[in-house]
Design a protein around this ligand. Structure first.
Ligand SMILES: NC(=O)c1ccc[n+]([C@@H]2O[C@H](COP(=O)([O-])OP(=O)(O)OC[C@H]3O[C@@H](n4cnc5c(N)ncnc54)[C@H](O)[C@@H]3O)[C@@H](O)[C@H]2O)c1
Length: 369
């Protein structure tokens, strides 16, 4: 009889018993990271201002218990708090940010305060201790901006590409990690800075770090923020649920790579323990391009009769592209598993059970056209 070989241990087992600081840990992605860490037997410590949503959203939709001693209501710009908390942690995931592209455009100084000053305070705290085994810096695909055909394609083929684009419209670029960064918004610019600053600050002291560039994250309990144009699945589903038309900014030709929040959290935790991910930059996406207009069509299948209306392109909204996932797959030995149609169906089912996820302001006359 053939001897049975032991199955390789799950790399995530390394997180069992670890203490992990998750900045922004009560937000959409942070709360999912903390939940998955707890399931793995790790202890997440969330530091979060809890002010990106109304209190009932954190409590009732994100499941945050204000009495939980591991949810620390605090600010990453508080150097004492960061020093004290980081000193207790084996790993750090830096997910706190002013995470709304439109809010950063409206108020660049607020974006700089959190995404730049706050990031530096955290990095200084991590650099000052030798306990932290790795920091994952949460960046965004927005750092690629609209991409540039010349980056990804043979220049000799450019005339052919231009001809095809004149017939079929824009061909979505695939973003790979080696591309030059071309942020087209304040938000993206702060993320691009954070990536380099993480490498400079932690590289100088030999602390391990990985940059994860999330593509477009969706999935329950994501809820929209007023005045925002991000988070297209949540926007379309909430508007359809409220009986409102769906707005296709710029005609909805922007391309996104939509990746479910459960998959995002999985990838990020694997990043903490992957030996090859040391000092790397990893796209986290599905590798599938989806036009915003196609998301509207998909959501509409759950709400027959929903109208689509073309609206102007907001400033800072990138035309976008989709992820090259080769590096992510190689370094994490992993690939996302939730398809967009399943993820949207799950989101719609969740929304129907949680009417409070459709904000009142959405039906106000200024928003309901
Ligand atoms: N949602 C996406 O599609 C997406 C895509 C790419 C990258 N990201 C990044 O992922 C991270 C998490 O985003 P999210 O979608 O969960 O956003 P979110 O707004 O739901 O969560 C962010 C949390 O950070 C907190 N926060 C803000 N400033 C803080 C500060 N100074 N100190 C402590 N906490 C602070 C907020 O209160 C909020 O709860 C962000 O860094 C964001 O830029 C998100």
């Amino acid at each position: 009889m053939m001897p049975t070989l032991p199955l390789p241990a799950d790399p995530l087992d390394r997180l069992k018993g670890a203490t992990v600081l998750v900045t922004g840990g009560a937000g959409l992605i942070g709360s999912r990271l903390c939940a998955q860490l707890r399931t793995l037997g790790a202890r997440p410590l969330a530091v979060c201002t809890l002010d990106a949503y109304p209190p009932h959203v954190y409590r009732d939709l994100f499941g945050i218990d204000p009495a939980d001693e591991d949810v620390i209501e605090g600010d990453i710009r508080d150097a004492d708090l960061m020093a004290r908390t980081v000193a207790r942690c084996d790993y750090v995931i830096h997910a706190a940010a002013l995470a709304d592209v439109a809010a950063c455009t409206r108020n660049p100084r607020a974006a700089i305060d959190t995404n730049i000053t706050g990031t530096q305070v955290l990095l200084d705290a991590v650099a000052a201790t030798d306990r932290v085994q790795r920091l994952a810096y949460v960046s965004s695909a927005s750092v690629y901006g609209d991409g540039n055909p010349e980056d990804t394609h043979n220049p000799d083929l450019l005339p052919l590409r231009q001809l095809l684009e004149s017939v079929y419209g824009r061909i979505a670029p695939q973003f790979h990690e080696g591309l030059p960064l071309r942020p087209v918004s304040v938000y993206a610019n702060t993320k691009a800075w954070g990536e380099r600053q993480t490498a400079l600050t932690l590289g100088a002291v030999g602390t391990s770090y990985t940059v994860v560039r999330y593509f477009s994250v969706y999935g329950d309990p994501q809820i929209v923020k007023p005045g925002s144009h991000s988070w297209v699945v949540a926007w379309f589903a909430a508007r359809a649920e409220a009986g409102l038309p769906l707005h296709l900014n710029g005609g909805g030709h922007q391309v996104r790579d939509l990746v479910h929040v459960d998959d995002i959290a999985q990838a990020t935790l694997r990043t903490l323990v992957s030996p090859q991910a040391h000092t790397e930059i990893l796209n986290i996406g599905t590798g599938t391009p989806t036009r915003v207009r196609d998301v509207a069509d998909l959501v509409s299948t759950h709400y027959p009769g929903t109208r689509l209306v073309e609206t102007p392109m907001p400033p800072g909204d990138p035309l976008g592209g989709y992820a090259s996932t080769r590096r992510m797959q190689t370094m994490l030995g992993w690939t996302p598993s939730i398809t967009l149609s399943d993820g949207v169906a799950r989101y719609v089912a969740w929304l129907r059970k949680h009417p409070a996820a459709v904000p009142d302001w959405m039906s106000a006359p200024t928003n309901s056209a």
